[in-house]
Write a protein that binds this ligand. Structure first.
Ligand code: ATP
Ligand code: MG
Length: 683
């Protein structure tokens, strides 16, 4: 506590007013939240379970929890809730099943599942932009807490009215389907708690009574529903601390409302505002450069930041002839800096605007044997095709897994429509059985016509058959037979945007089958981590399915061990709130940053904030690169340096290759550079 500056101390000890801490990047806002939790428990004697902290990512939540636990005795921290809005919502719904109109074991549908659900409702086959647009509309309405009627009203006044009205008409049917499936989507994790708290005074009192202090990090990126959740949880109490930076609001496209910062002053008249002015993260050159950039945006609140960390090195800017050269140059710079600054791989981060930009860097890092970790990308097990197959395995291993049942029942199409599933859901509900059990039920004939029943029966017979085979065959053999039997390859062809994507997805399927084979093999369980090294018995279906469910946890453990030793590859969005000694901001070009879509939509300010977030992640050194050409769909396209480059103050920039040399020489030099450095490091 003694290390905190006076403003931070004030923020930590102010508990008799709702509090907004508004300050620029690296000024210790997140630190204030951590310290304040400890202060509330230790100094104010608040029970940990009466404190709720909300962070923006699971990773941030994990780190904050660890930090608080490190400060306190184990007993003291028990029951503390630190999570994202979504996880908080999930826990809320688990406790308030009845009020939320849910049953135990409800499923959470991810956006891919939601698209599938809409396809089922509309009997449409398209995978492309139309369904995406529907999902987008509905999601936005839910984030704005609009009922279907309100949505319809709004839709009729929108520029794309016909499409929006179609979406608004689907909205209630979509909600009905979710109810029938005993399922929620991601937006419901916020919206349903808000509905419960708003409509049920007893429940609201109970929650307001329980939560004595609510703390929210990255507050500038809350959307309307999240803001209402905060309001309803806090009520008229003073136990609210939110911290944020309007210059770092980068989720407008997901419904974030930076004006929620201003609204606080209206909704909480007793609100106190504290500003922090010392930056503890970056050198002054980095800080001034970032401040100069963001000064081009209009400001709600003025902020000044200073740093006691010295002037620091100039920011290097390197123009490269093309994307390959950029990757080679960045990797060679990493090697050089690691050597020169005596740094570890974990001290470096490569930041980019869009996920696809990571590919070339990954490839090169792998080739050079440099450990790296990719965040924000889609993991193998999150791919739709893998999730389909995992769902099949789950259903075979555990027939009561309703999520799995719903995921696979119409993949491929089995003509089991939402109406049938709804009736099946009712039947299952009344008997308290799972959907698959219910589908076998003789009493079903009272609920649906013979054709629908016959289709269900065909499906259950088919599952039963594969279950019997599962008792005899090894999991990979079983899975291979299953993939062939359902002709999954054809289904992928029909449901992928193009044949190339289908081929790629089928490759993933084969890779997954091989993986299952290795898992099922007698001696390969060690692959799953050292703790398993002694377990060499062959793994059955249930073992493998459990293993996959635990994957997240296993990965996480591995992350935290290797994380310190790996170069981090992150999008600007996922880099929010983090810091790294050395940062490479790549693809600093028009069309990429600012992104082409944002230029068209006239949202340059949000792109500038993104660039600001990127620059302010760096503690000691910063490298900015851009390419003068990139290949897009096999064609080479000329690129221009980002307009933001012109907004950076020249006195803090260094251009090591004043003018980019001709492409061929540069490629050669970068490659030679890499080879030379590699040889040097290996010595
Ligand atoms: P961002 O806006 O990027 O989320 P932030 O305002 O949340 O940044 P923090 O991440 O909390 O900033 O702090 C930035 C760095 O400064 C961290 O390494 C933190 O530990 C350190 N720091 C914060 N306050 C102090 C302090 N009083 N003394 C020393 N270091 C501090
Ligand atoms: Mg922070």
């Amino acid at each position: 506590m003694s290390e905190l500056n006076p403003q931070q101390q004030a923020a930590v000890t102010t508990t008799d007013h709702p509090l907004l801490v508004l300050a620029g990047a690296g000024s210790g806002k997140t630190r204030v939240i951590t310290e304040k939790i400890a202060h509330l428990i230790e100094q104010r004697g608040l029970e940990a379970r009466r404190i709720v902290a909300i962070t923006f990512t699971n990773k941030a939540a994990r780190e904050m929890r660890e930090r608080v636990q490190g400060r306190l005795a184990r007993e003291q921290a028990r029951g503390l809730s630190v999570s994202t809005f979504h996880t908080f919502g999930l826990n809320f719904l688990r406790r308030e099943l009845q009020a939320a109109g849910l049953r135990a074991g409800f499923s959470i549908l991810d956006p891919g599942d939601c698209r599938q659900l809409l396809r089922e409702i509309t009997y449409r086959d398209d995978t492309g932009s139309e369904v995406d647009a529907l999902v987008g509309h509905i999601s936005r309405w839910k984030n704005d807490l609009m009922t279907p009627a309100e949505a319809l009203h709004e839709a009729s006044q929108m520029t794309d009215a016909p499409e929006a009205i179609a979406a608004a008409n689907l909205y209630p049917r979509y909600e009905d389907a979710l109810r029938a499936y005993n399922a929620v989507d991601f937006d419901d994790l916020i919206k349903r708690p808000v509905d419960c708290l708003r409509d049920d005074p007893e429940l609201r009192n109970r929650w307001q009574d329980r939560i004595r202090h609510l703390l929210v990090d990255e507050y500038q990126d809350t959307n309307s529903a999240q803001y209402q959740l905060v309001r309803l949880l806090v009520g008229v109490s003073d136990g609210l601390t939110v911290v944020g930076d309007d210059d770092q609001s980068i989720y407008a496209w997901r419904g974030a409302r930076p004006e929620n910062l201003v609204r606080l002053q209206d909704d909480f008249p007793r609100l106190e505002v504290i500003k922090l002015e010392q930056n503890y993260r970056s050198t002054n050159r980095i800080l001034h450069t970032a401040n100069a950039l963001i000064a081009n945006n209009p400001h709600v609140f003025e902020k000044r930041l200073w740093s006691a960390l010295g002037e620091g090195e100039k920011i290097e800017v390197i123009g490269c002839s093309d994307a390959d050269t950029e990757a080679a140059r960045v990797v060679s710079e990493l090697m050089r800096r690691r050597f020169r600054l005596n740094a570890g791989w974990g001290d470096f981060a490569i930041l980019y605007r869009s996920n696809h930009q990571s590919r070339l860097f990954e490839k090169l890092l792998r080739e050079q044997g440099i450990p790296y970790r990719l965040s924000g990308g889609q993991s193998f097990f999150e791919k739709a095709e893998i999730k389909d197959l995992v769902a099949y395995l789950r259903l075979l291993a555990n027939p009561d897994d309703n999520t799995a049942f719903l995921r696979v029942v119409n993949v491929p199409r089995r003509e089991i429509g939402p109406a049938t599933l709804e009736k099946l859901g009712h039947y299952a509900n009344q008997r308290g059985t799972s959907l698959l059990q219910a589908a076998r039920g003789a009493g079903l004939s009272e609920y649906m016509d013979a054709r629908a029943q016959a289709r269900l029966e065909r499906f259950t017979d088919w599952i039963d058959g594969f279950q019997r085979r599962g008792a005899e065959e090894s999991p990979d053999v079983l899975l291979r037979a299953l993939v062939e039997d359902i002709d999954y390859e054809s289904w992928l062809l029909e449901n992928s945007p193009n044949p190339r994507a289908a081929t790629r997805r089928m490759d993933n399927v084969r890779e997954f089958i091989d993986w299952v084979g290795r898992m099922g093999g007698a001696n390969t369980t060690a692959e799953y981590g050292d703790d398993e090294a002694e377990d060499t018995r062959s793994m059955g279906l249930a073992d493998i399915v459990n293993r996959i469910s635990l994957m997240d946890i296993l990965d996480r453990n591995r992350d935290s061990q290797d994380g310190n030793e790996s170069v981090q590859l992150l999008t600007l969005h996922t880099a929010k709130g983090l810091e790294f000694p050395h940062v490479c901001l790549v693809g600093f070009e028009e069309e990429l940053l600012p992104h082409r879509v944002s230029v068209e939509d006239d949202s340059i300010e949000e792109e500038r904030r993104l660039a600001y977030v990127g620059l302010t992640r760096a503690q000691q050194t910063l490298l900015i690169t851009y390419a003068q050409s990139r290949s897009r769909y096999g064609e080479s396209i000329d690129c221009e340096p980002s307009r933001f480059l012109d907004e950076l103050p020249g006195e803090h920039l260094d251009w090591p290759d004043a003018k980019p040399p001709d492409p061929e020489t540069q490629q050669l030099t970068a490659r030679a550079h890499l080879a030379g450095l590699k040889a040097m490091l290996e010595k």
